[in-house]
Design a protein around this ligand. Structure first.
Ligand code: NI
Length: 170
């Protein structure tokens, strides 16, 4: 089943999400629906608040094959270390059609709990690192617009307001 992705402007995207305290069958099913939704939207990461669930959880798959082994679920993720910095283009499923360059750490170490309740730590670089940082931001109510200069941010906000008026932001 496909879930509805909420767009920028929805308050759920600006909340600090509470931690997941219980992994039950319902959550396992929801995570599977999050993957379906992400693949259909052609994204490589999706945070729970983006599908209106305010919980510390995101899914990602930066592969092109989309095999089960490529699926990563991060529950209650903590960024434990970052190294370097690199500029790369980013988009967000809650900001359809809006892409711009964002400077982020190049290498990131994240600790999280997987869907089986098992703790893990992984080091990532490249697109995976960028995705982990972008999605973890969502869990703290932060969106990638915040990395823009105030001038560029206002420009994009105006663009979005125009789209809302035209009914192109649903
Ligand atoms: Ni996003």
């Amino acid at each position: 089943m496909k879930l509805k992705i909420v767009k920028y402007g929805d308050p759920v995207l600006q909340q600090d999400a509470p931690e997941v305290t219980n992994i039950d069958g319902q959550l396992v099913d929801f995570v599977s629906e999050m993957f379906d939704t992400m693949y259909e939207a052609k994204g490589c990461g999706l945070a729970a608040p983006q599908v209106a669930l305010s919980q510390q959880l995101f899914v990602m798959d930066v592969s092109s094959a989309h095999e089960t082994k490529d699926r990563i679920v991060c529950i209650n993720p903590q960024i434990v270390e970052t190294k370097g910095s690199i500029v790369g283009e980013e988009g967000c499923l809650s900001f359809p059609g809006i892409y711009f360059e964002v400077e982020r750490p190049e290498i990131v170490t994240v600790s999280a709990v997987d869907i089986n309740g098992k703790e893990f730590t992984m080091e990532a670089r490249g697109l995976a690192a960028r995705c982990i940082l972008h999605e973890t931001d969502h869990l703290h109510g932060r969106v990638y617009l915040e990395y823009l200069s105030p001038l560029k941010r206002d420009l994009i906000k105006r663009k979005i307001k125009k789209k809302i008026k035209l009914g192109e932001w649903e």
